[in-house]
Design a protein around this ligand. Structure first.
Ligand code: NAP
Length: 304
């Protein structure tokens, strides 16, 4: 019987494990692929305090070495079902079943892909799913943002302070994002900082070692044009990894609802990082959630 099972070995799960282990708890992390979560696919991290520049994989490795060096147990198995309602929590993987007094869910969220040629090959080589993480690398460059929701519009506003020019490519001619953001985008369009490419879909990402251009298909004219860009920021939504946590309360977008202490709607189940209904989804906030959760978990275990 573990004190806490942590599902997901990203920055949030690892920070929670670090704090719990240091307070003498028996902790198990279950992870289906590799440690680090989305950090691993981030080439340059420049907004994590203490490192002016570090690649995501190295940061993930450092975090992993830190927790394993103090004895946190990590098992690489895929969690396929959970029974979270009782006092004893049961977590079933593809190979085993584990029991614990409480659970911390830190499974993250997955960015939706365009699913076009060149996208996967050039991920982290100009294709990015996080403008606030990678935008600063494209100072005075030409970039494209894909999407029509709030994230894409906010990405454009953020990038307008960094990049020379931004193409905003959206598959319709109306934006899903908030009117106030659309207004700001239109102001930047007048200043020729942003060019709107509407009713259009990216059909291919081009480049050898890094992104050099994108092919864009216009659904009205049926024309395909090539735009020279140094980066493509894909902002077409994200899917929180929650399918095995059916009983927990979610928000309208599927994210697990937590309070300020990272408690979920089920007693003894805590959650943080990108899978939760947090406002900001960054490595540093994921770590903060893990630390906050550890405090709540310790309080819960004290009364168990
Ligand atoms: P979203 O609102 O779901 O928007 C996704 C956008 O991507 C839509 O415009 C959609 O087009 C487009 N899209 C989806 N699949 C596509 C594909 N395969 N190819 C091309 N385009 C595709 O996602 P989001 O912008 O990430 O926002 C998620 C939620 O977080 C939203 O509720 C948003 O309001 C919220 N959010 C809020 C803030 C804020 O309040 N400051 C900031 C960021 C996000 P269609 O419009 O044609 O469907």
């Amino acid at each position: 019987m573990y004190d806490c099972i942590i599902i997901g070995c990203g920055p949030s799960g690892m920070t929670c494990a670090l704090y719990l282990k240091r307070s003498g708890k028996k902790v198990l992390i279950l992870e289906r692929s590799m440690p680090g979560g989305q950090m691993v696919i981030t080439t340059n991290v420049e907004n994590y305090p203490g490192f002016s520049h570090i690649d995501g994989a190295s940061l993930a490795t450092s975090m992993f070495e830190q927790i394993t060096s103090i004895g946190v147990e990590v098992i690489f198995e895929d969690v396929i079902a959970c029974d979270l309602k009782g006092k004893v929590k049961r977590v079933k993987t593809d190979k085993n079943q584990y029991e614990s007094k409480c659970v911390y869910i830190a499974t993250g969220a997955t960015s939706r892909l365009l699913n076009v040629e060149g996208e996967k090959r050039l991920t982290s080589k100009g294709v990015s799913y996080c403008a606030t993480c990678d935008g600063a690398l494209y100072k005075e460059k030409v970039v494209a943002v894909v999407g029509g929701g709030n994230t894409s519009l906010e990405d454009c506003l953020y990038l307008s302070n960094v990049a020379k020019k931004i193409y905003l490519i959206h598959r319709r001619d109306e934006f899903r994002g908030d009117e106030i953001l659309v207004k700001r985008i239109k102001e930047l369009e007048k200043q020729e900082k942003i060019e709107l490419v509407l009713n259009s879909q990216v059909v291919e990402v081009l480049g050898d070692e890094k992104v050099s251009a994108i092919k864009v298909f216009n659904k009205i004219t049926s024309n395909t044009k090539t735009l020279d860009v140094d980066a493509v920021f894909v902002a077409i939504g994200r899917t929180p990894d929650t399918e095995i946590f059916g009983d927990l309360k979610r928000d309208d977008y599927g994210y697990i609802v937590v309070d300020e202490n990272k408690k979920t709607s089920i007693l003894g189940v805590f959650c943080g990082g990108d899978v939760s209904n947090t406002h900001l989804r960054q490595i540093v906030t994921a770590c903060g959630d893990g630390a906050t959760a550890s405090l709540s978990i310790n309080e819960y275990l004290a009364k168990y």
